[in-house]
Design a protein around this ligand. Sequence first.
Ligand SMILES: Nc1nc2c(ncn2[C@@H]2O[C@H](COP(=O)(O)OP(=O)(O)OP(=O)(O)O)[C@@H](O)[C@H]2O)c(=O)[nH]1
Length: 384
Amino acid sequence: MQLNIPTLMLVDIYILALVGILMLHAWRRGRREPTLGYLAAMLLLGALGTVLGSLRGIGMDYVPLVIGNVVLQLCGAMNWTAMRVFAGRQPHLPGICAGAVIWALLCLNPAFYESLTVRVALSSIVTVSYAGLSAFELWRSRKSLEVAYVPALVLTIFHMGFYCVRIVVDRGMPFEQALVSSGQGTSFFSLLVFETLLYAIGIAFVTLAMVKERAELKFRAAAYCDPLTGVGNRRAFMSSGEYLLASCEHRQEPAALLLCDLDYFKRLNDNFGHAAGDEALVAFSRVAVSSMRKQDVFGRIGGEEFACLLADADDEAAAQVAERIRREFADLPAQEPGLLSVSIGIAGTREAGYDLFRLLSLADEALYAAKDKGRNRIQRYTAD
Ligand SMILES: Nc1nc2c(ncn2[C@@H]2O[C@H](COP(=O)(O)OP(=O)(O)OP(=O)(O)O)[C@@H](O)[C@H]2O)c(=O)[nH]1
């Protein structure tokens, strides 16, 4: 395979600019998600740096050597910043400028400016540093990322490795000479252009995929969460409840459903305000969650109505949990004694089978009975 440098550079500029513009568009459409913004900057700076880098031998060498490389160092810094903000940290301005400033300052020194080998080594070291920092950002946040970050990490480590090899292998070849030699075979420089292009495209697409995956997770969480109490809503309760019941049936364990409805809640709202009502809902959720085990499912399924599905719970265990919730809620400090109380209807798989709708319906009947008998009580479902 022969990699022709001028062709590669043209393809490089065209693709980086195109993907950069598309990324800019994705950034604008995606509520200005900063990761996409920094990625777009990285790609467009990459395209500009390559254009400037190709302007050698036309009598203005400081343009490719100084400005072109400053732009390319900023391109590496943008890549690092994209990973950094994706991992939830703020951009680091001194770090962003460091590579470019070091390069520009060293170019003031004729010994550096004249030595191709030293320039190649330094530009590789800066690229390795930014790629290393990008990989580090992903690695140190791996537990909180919640998305498939491994492809981005692997790509970045490979890119870093490639530039590490360059430090050792590439003694530098004048650009014009590399152009001539590319007609006879593949020079390291053409491999470098090729790898950098593949990396830029690869990292752009895997990062876009990570951003999209995170957005989906966020929307999904919002669709399943009650914003006031932070517990699952009816949709979440039904889907997790079905799953839990199926696994209880599989293990032939009993399960029980507690349907909880706060008493005289309208009165609480009317007498003490909606905010007091909201506080009571939050307090009840806290009490209920603290009384349940990890494997149980809890959710707010209506205004002041909550449901708990208890795994591996027979009649006695279900009654104990229900009574604990009722008592702890009633014991919470309130504006007046007896203001906070809850009625709880209980139904079990013994009478309802492993059918969530039937469990809810029987627990609802029991709840009515509890309300009928004066509220602030638990009531097990009975056929009569
Ligand atoms: N503060 C607050 N109130 C809510 C919310 N959702 C529903 N409600 C109120 O809850 C009240 C429910 O009232 P009712 O269905 O009459 O029930 P209740 O007053 O608790 O009477 P019983 O259930 O028979 O004891 C209504 O006034 C709703 O406006 C909420 O998110 N916050």
